[in-house]
Design a protein around this ligand. Structure first.
Ligand code: SF4
Length: 678
């Protein structure tokens, strides 16, 4: 049996393959022999005829390099050329652009489903070979606020405990995560515990699947996460519910925090009494504060928390609750961001970020975050971009603007599995191995380090091999022959975290994969048992005032909502731009999800003329008419839409509004105009 890791969500389930059939790995610490539909059938894309199986170069480039195209096959606007030819072309073009416009005219953006070795090499190439600080990854549009919020408060931008602490906790608080659709194997554990009577609180802007099992069903107004969590913290502080011993010994600034929170009128739970339709939340806040302070509580959150203007601040607010109540640093408690992609933790750990080198060391020069790269491309400052496994033109906000930026580039290189929105703008496209065809390390949302083995044969290069080859053509030979060579260099760069995590150890311990930091041959399941990873070893409470805006402001002032607020999300059978999942024949059988669907409240049926299709529009862009369905789970005045299909242009609706620290887009709330199809 060959052992690999699921290529989709941040749960990172182990998958066994016997030839091409999936075999559950019962001893797998993450999956425990269970897989969701994506784990079970999500590999079917591997042999799909659309796979990019070569190096593709646009004709104008071949003409520029005086290469006779008559030898090569045409594929649309591209010609399929030998990889060696493409490596030379990319190297020459990058040298030319950098010598004319400087090294900072180059940027690189990587996806977080490439392995650690490729992520490490993309940042190394960008920083050391080209000499540009501009390297980022797609955590920018999901969990960069979790990294920021956790680093500032507890010291590591990562989960403090494994998923299995769900079994040891006495109270589970899920915030802004539609876990049953987005992280199904974790949801399974939550439901198991809820069925055994462990109380569950679920906070969201609509009634998601987990509500069925929740003791606290907390539907809150759009963009009020921070308002709600500050109120819970205030009750804990004001009513003396905090853990005095823990706070005294392990928290550095309680008095300062207390003064700030108690002097802020907006932190009073009674604020919700003034918000029509949400008055009930005031009582819930008091009850919740009691539960959190009395029980071993585990906090888990998703993009409903991070994809806002105050995403980082809200993560800090969650950490505040854990620090006040001693719910971090021991079993059954903790902070567990449910990260999106299977290697988003790893991509950040290995430095594919503009403000961190590998192992979160500080760089001399901070580079641009992806939204800045887009703006710099539009200004003509960034001339060349390398995109590795990230459909920038689909999954980023303000997609019309992103497309204009991509069009304005002098040179765009893309590593991809299938044609998608971003490859339309590329000058060179490298077809590369998928997760199921290569050896490499992936780090899941609980810091667990899996060494994945190839299941299917492939002649294609891995991303890191493409980067190495181009680097060699540019005069820098890294000397890596295997992915293990890359990983071994990285281990030296991050000795505390990965020094002991050799391929040999990871291979031997695939089922019980260790969590970083790896010490004495073993992982570290629980962080902060003795001290936090902050400079003084203490937890830091950070109070951020809530800024009244959007739906909260409208309800406080006008008492009702005009128009509609939209939020977005994933459905179980598909993943992000559905580039892979839509090419899996079993996943495509789920008829309901053939196109993106808008869900509205039954109470808005009349307002929406009982329509069948609806068009959404903002000042940034508009969608075509999309199917409309009514249900009881969405509140009056709110809409939910899935975002998987490029032709729906959902992300064209969003503008540049983003987290004020790390620029993660405000994907979870936007006011939209609607047109119902006659
Ligand atoms: Fe894959 Fe996530 Fe499903 Fe596990 S829960 S099988 S990692 S998509």
């Amino acid at each position: 049996m060959k052992k690999t890791v699921c290529t989709y969500c941040g749960v990172g389930c182990e998958i066994g393959f016997d030839r091409s059939s999936v075999v559950p790995i019962r001893s797998g610490v993450v999956s425990k022999g269970k897989l969701c539909v994506k784990g079970r059938f999500g590999h079917e894309f591997v042999n799909h005829p659309d796979r990019i199986k070569g190096a593709l170069v646009k004709k104008r480039l071949l003409d520029e390099f005086k290469i006779d195209t008559s030898y090569f096959d045409r594929r649309g606007e591209f010609f399929s050329v030998p990889y060696e030819t493409a490596y030379k072309i990319v190297a020459e073009k990058l040298k030319e652009i950098v010598s004319t416009h400087g090294s900072r005219s180059f940027a690189a953006v990587g996806g977080a489903r490439t392995n650690c070795e490729s992520a490490y090499l993309l940042q190394k190439f960008t920083r050391e070979v080209v000499g540009s600080p501009h390297v980022d990854n797609c955590a920018r549009i999901c969990h960069a606020p979790s990294l920021k919020g956790l680093k500032e408060t507890v010291g590591e931008g990562a989960a403090s405990v494994p998923f299995d602490e769900i079994y040891n906790s006495e109270f589970i608080f899920v915030l802004g995560s539609n876990t049953t659709e987005a992280h199904p194997i974790v949801a399974h554990r939550i439901v198991e515990q809820a069925r055994k009577g462990i109380p569950l609180a679920v906070l969201d802007v609509r009634e998601i699947g987990l509500f069925k099992f929740a003791k606290y069903k907390l539907v809150i107004p759009f963009e009020s996460n921070l308002l709600f969590l500050n109120a819970v913290a205030r009750v804990i502080v004001e009513n003396g519910l905090y853990d005095r011993d823990f706070v005294e010994k392990r928290v550095s600034n309680f008095e300062e925090f207390k003064e700030k929170i108690l002097s802020d009128e907006l932190s009073k739970p009674e604020v919700f009494r003034k918000i029509p339709g949400y008055e009930y939340l005031t009582e819930e806040i008091y009850r919740l504060a009691e539960e959190i302070s009395k029980k071993k509580t585990l906090f888990m959150w998703g993009l409903g928390i991070t994809e806002h203007e105050d995403g980082s601040e809200t993560v800090m607010a969650i950490a505040n609750l854990a620090l006040l109540t001693g719910n971090v640093g021991r079993k059954g408690t903790g902070l567990l961001p449910l990260r999106g992609q299977n290697n988003v933790q790893g991509a950040c750990d290995v430095g594919m970020l503009p403000y961190y080198l590998p192992d979160y060391k500080k760089p001399e020069e901070i580079g641009y975050m992806t939204p800045d790269i887009i703006d710099a491309a539009l200004r003509g400052e960034i001339r060349a971009l390398w995109v590795m496994g990230e459909d920038l033109a689909h999954v980023h906000p303000n997609s019309n603007k992103v497309k204009r930026a991509l069009e304005s580039l002098e040179f765009l290189v893309v590593n991809e599995l299938f044609p998608c929105e971003v490859t339309k703008f590329a000058d060179v496209v490298f077809g590369v191995k998928s997760c199921y065809e290569k050896t490499g390390v992936y780090i899941n949302a609980e810091r667990r380090i899996h060494l994945s083995q190839p299941v299917f044969d492939s002649e294609l290069p891995d991303d890191w091999e493409v980067i190495s080859a181009v680097s060699r053509e540019m005069g820098v030979d890294f000397g890596f022959k295997t992915s293990e060579d890359v990983w071994n260099e990285l281990r030296k760069d991050a000795p505390e975290r990965f020094g002991e995590a050799s391929y040999e150890l990871l291979r031997k311990n695939f089922e019980e994969a260790p969590q970083w930091p790896v010490k004495d041959g073993r992982g570290t399941p629980v962080l902060y048992e003795e001290k936090f990873s902050t400079p003084d070893g203490k937890g830091r409470l950070i109070y951020n005032r809530y800024r009244v805006r959007g739906m909260v402001e409208e309800l406080l002032e006008k008492r009702e909502i005009e128009g509609f607020y939209l939020t977005t999300g994933r459905v179980l059978p598909h993943y992000n731009n559905a580039n892979q999942t839509s090419r899996c024949k079993t996943l495509e059988k789920f008829k309901l999800f053939k196109e993106d669907v808008v869900y509205a409240s039954e109470k808005d049926r009349e307002r929406l003329k009982n329509g069948k299709r609806i068009k959404l529009k903002t000042e940034n862009g508009e969608t075509p008419f999309l199917p409309l369905e009514f249900n009881k789970h969405v509140r009056k005045g709110t809409l939910f839409v899935t975002f998987h299909r490029a032709k729906s242009s959902i992300n064209s609706l969003f503008g540049d509004e983003s987290d004020r620290f790390v620029k993660t887009a405000k994907f979870k709330s936007i006011k939209v105009d609607v047109t119902v199809e006659e």
